[in-house]
Design a protein around this ligand. Structure first.
Ligand code: MN
Length: 264
């Protein structure tokens, strides 16, 4: 399941004390300290993401489609349940829990996830400064060793040289590498995990495909390709060398500037 969040997160809840502290202090204490303070905070087996799915499902199935469902839908979104996942969850709940309950839940979910849809429609452009400031993995220094194979400035930090070789590559806006081939007799190739900004991947003879954070690209061995930033956005991906036999990289010509400039 996507976005399993296994960080130890203490969930702080004060709604019980705020709303029922005077009237039912014990209920308020169980709510804040045990339900949220212990059950929700215990995420070694079930992540917050998974607990949100369980809770939303239970509320919808029980026909509870008031402000508490809205709170838990918002909480699910915060815990990494995507819009696509929520649509699947409520669709399935419709069959097991009741069609009208699914309708009611969808009406609330649409409000909660409205911002996400709007955000997804924006360009996704990022500045280099922002990517550097928010990068999960260290960005490293200017990628001098490969500069001759890049147009524009890139940054490289090798994250792993054991078992599987992984580098964190950060591109300034407009920076891309030259056409190249990851050769291998068997296995080999490369995988890209996009971590920030907006960029492109293109295979020889095919249209360039736009990349955004969360995208995974499987580059087969012996296929000529390039990857890099969009003209107006910085970009970052993890590059994973897929182990293979007799692997080597062959660097070819730069990406045609006229073709590159056609990209948004
Ligand atoms: Mn490559």
């Amino acid at each position: 399941m996507a976005n399993n969040n296994r960080k130890a997160v203490k969930v702080v809840q004060t709604a019980g004390r705020q709303q029922l502290g005077e009237f039912a202090p014990d209920f308020a204490r169980y709510n804040d300290d045990i339900l949220f303070g212990e059950v929700w905070s215990k995420n070694d087996v079930l992540s917050l993401h998974d607990r949100s799915i369980v809770t939303v499902s239970a509320l919808v199935a029980s026909g509870i489609t008031d402000s508490s469902l809205k709170y838990h839908l918002q909480s699910a979104k915060n815990n990494g349940v995507t819009k696509e996942e929520m649509a699947e969850i409520i669709t399935q709940l419709g069959f097991y829990g009741g069609w009208p309950k699914a309708w009611a839940a969808f009406n609330l979910a649409k409000e909660v996830y409205k911002d996400t849809a709007a955000a997804a429609n924006t360009s996704g452009n990022e500045t280099l400064e922002n990517i550097m400031a928010t990068s999960l993995f260290p960005v490293g220094g200017v990628n001098d060793n490969y500069a001759q194979y890049f147009d524009g400035t890139s940054y490289l930090n090798m994250l792993s040289l054991n078992q599987v070789v992984i580098g964190n590559v950060t591109f300034e806006p407009g920076c891309r590498n030259h056409w190249h081939i990851h050769h291998a007799d068997k296995g080999g190739g490369q995988m890209l995990l996009v971590t920030a900004g907006r960029g492109y991947y293109q295979e020889w003879g095919k249209p360039a495909q736009e990349l955004k954070p969360g995208d995974v690209v499987h580059i087969p061995a012996n296929v000529k390709h390039w990857h890099g930033a969009a003209p107006n956005s910085a970009f970052q991906h993890l590059a994973i060398e897929v182990p293979g036999e007799n692997t080597s990289s062959e660097w070819c010509e730069a990406v045609d500037l006229m073709e590159y400039n056609k990209l948004k």
